[in-house]
Design a protein around this ligand. Structure first.
Ligand code: HEC
Ligand code: HEC
Ligand code: HEC
Ligand code: HEC
Length: 268
C-alpha cells in the first residue's frame, strides 16, 4: 500500500515546480498588462514650472492651497498665501471701451507671486502640525524665483504692458442682450449659467473634450465681479491660463495655434 504522505523528494519537486509556475504566471501577467493600453493620464502640474517642490518640501499644492486656515480674502479656492500689498498701475488706452476695475478676483492670487513682491514659498499654513501664520512664512527661508525683471515671468506691478485684467467683457450690459460687436456674444460662444445662485459666464472654445454649454477647463472662464452694483463678467489672469495644466507650456487653457486664444473673444 502506498503511503498517503508525499515523500520529501517529490514535495521539494512540487514546491519548485509551483514556484516556477508562479514566476511564469507573474511574468505572463506583467507582459499582458504591458500590452493593454492603460488610460493615458496627464502628469498635470507635476510636469510644469508650477511644481515648486524641493528643498525639503514635497507637497505640490501647499505653495498655493491649504485644506484649512485658508486666506478667504483672496478669490481663489482655499488660498494659502497672503495677498501682495503692492499697488498696481493698470492697463489703459484710448480705444478701450470696458470698465477696468482695481486688481481683484483670481488675479490677486497669480500676482501674489508674479508681481515679484513676495517670495514664491511664502505660505499661511505650512505642511504638518501647527504651522499656521496669517502673515505668511517662507518655507525655505525666502525663495523669490520671479525677481529678475529680465524674465518675462516677472510681471512686476506695472501692468500697462500686459493684456488688460479686471476688464469688463465686451462692454457688457446687465441683461447680456447687447455687447460690443467686436466681441463674441451670447449664442456665438459667450455662455452663462446660474451656478449655486451665482451668475457665471465663460466663452466656449469648442475645444476637443469640452462640451458646448458647459463651463470646461478648456473654455475662457470669465469671473463675476461687482461693477457698480451689477454682477458682470470680467477677464482675469485665469481666464486665459489654467495654472495646473501641462497641455501648454505657458499654462494656456487652449493652445494659441492660429491665435485661437485671442479669437475666442475678439472678432477680428
Ligand atoms: C502655483 C499655484 C497653484 C498650485 C501649485 C496649485 N494650484 Fe490649484 N489653483 C490655483 C489657482 C490660482 C486657482 C484658481 C484658478 C481658477 O479660477 O480656475 C486654482 C484652482 C484650483 C481648483 C478649483 C478649480 C479647478 O481648476 O478645478 C482646484 C480643485 C485646485 N486648484 C486643486 C489643486 C491641487 C489638488 C493642487 C496640487 C496638486 C493645486 N491645485 C496646485 C493655483 C495653484
Ligand atoms: C506660488 C507662486 C506662484 C503662483 C501663485 C502663480 N505662479 Fe505662475 N509661476 C511661478 C513660478 C515660480 C514660475 C516659473 C518662473 C521661472 O522659472 O522663471 C511661474 C511661471 C508661470 C508662467 C510661465 C511658464 C513659462 O514656462 O513661461 C505662466 C504663464 C504663469 N506662471 C501663470 C500663472 C498664472 C496665470 C497664475 C494664477 C492663475 C500663476 N501663474 C500663479 C509661480 C507662481
Ligand atoms: C487674454 C488672455 C490672457 C490674460 C488675461 C493673461 N494672459 Fe498671460 N499669457 C497669455 C498668452 C497668450 C501667453 C503666451 C505668450 C507667448 O507665447 O509669449 C501668456 C504668457 C504669460 C506668461 C509667460 C511670459 C511670456 O510672455 O511668455 C506669464 C508669466 C503670464 N502670461 C502670466 C499672466 C498673469 C499673471 C496674468 C494676470 C495678471 C495673465 N498672464 C493674464 C494670455 C493671457
Ligand atoms: C476672454 C476674452 C479675451 C481673450 C481670450 C483675449 N482678449 Fe483681448 N481683450 C478682451 C477684452 C474684454 C478687452 C477690453 C476691450 C475693451 O473694453 O475695449 C481686451 C483688450 C485687448 C486689447 C486692447 C484693446 C484696446 O482698445 O486697448 C488688445 C490689443 C487685445 N485685447 C488683444 C488680445 C490678444 C492678442 C489676445 C490673445 C493673445 C487676446 N486679446 C485675448 C478679451 C479677451
Amino acid at each position: 500500500m502506498r503511503s498517503r504522505q508525499p515523500d520529501p523528494v517529490s514535495l521539494a519537486f512540487f514546491s519548485l515546480a509551483n514556484g516556477m509556475l508562479r514566476a511564469w504566471l507573474l511574468t505572463l501577467s506583467i507582459l499582458i498588462l504591458n500590452l493593454i493600453p492603460g488610460p493615458s493620464r496627464a502628469q498635470g502640474i507635476d510636469a510644469t514650472v508650477h511644481d515648486l517642490t524641493g528643498g525639503g518640501i514635497s507637497e505640490t499644492c501647499v505653495f498655493c492651497h491649504t485644506p484649512h486656515a485658508a486666506n478667504t480674502n483672496v478669490e481663489a479656492p482655499l488660498w494659502n498665501k497672503p495677498a501682495s500689498s503692492a499697488s498696481y498701475t493698470l492697463y489703459d488706452s484710448t480705444t478701450i471701451d470696458g470698465t477696468v476695475l482695481a486688481v481683484g478676483s483670481v488675479s490677486v492670487a497669480c500676482l501674489s507671486c508674479h508681481d515679484g513682491t513676495q517670495s514664491t514659498d511664502v505660505v499661511i499654513n505650512a505642511p504638518g502640525s501647527r504651522g499656521v501664520d496669517i502673515n505668511g512664512v517662507a518655507l525655505r527661508g525666502g525663495n523669490r524665483f520671479l525677481d529678475d525683471p529680465s524674465k518675462p515671468d516677472f510681471l512686476g506691478t506695472d501692468l500697462t504692458d500686459d493684456h488688460p485684467i479686471g476688464i469688463q467683457y465686451g462692454g457688457f450690459v446687465v441683461n447680456g442682450s447687447k455687447i460690443d460687436p467686436d466681441f463674441v456674444g451670447i449664442g456665438e460662444g459667450l455662455s452663462t449659467s446660474n451656478i449655486n445662485g451665482q451668475l457665471r459666464w465663460w466663452v466656449d472654445t469648442g475645444a476637443t473634450g469640452g462640451s458646448p454649454g458647459v463651463r470646461d477647463k478648456t473654455d475662457m472662464v470669465l469671473y463675476s465681479r461687482d461693477n457698480g452694483g451689477a454682477v458682470q463678467p470680467f477677464v482675469e489672469c485665469a481666464t486665459c491660463h489654467d495654472p495646473h495644466t501641462d497641455q501648454d507650456e505657458t499654462f494656456l487653457r487652449i493652445a494659441n495655434t492660429g491665435s485661437q486664444v485671442c479669437v475666442t473673444c475678439h472678432v477680428k
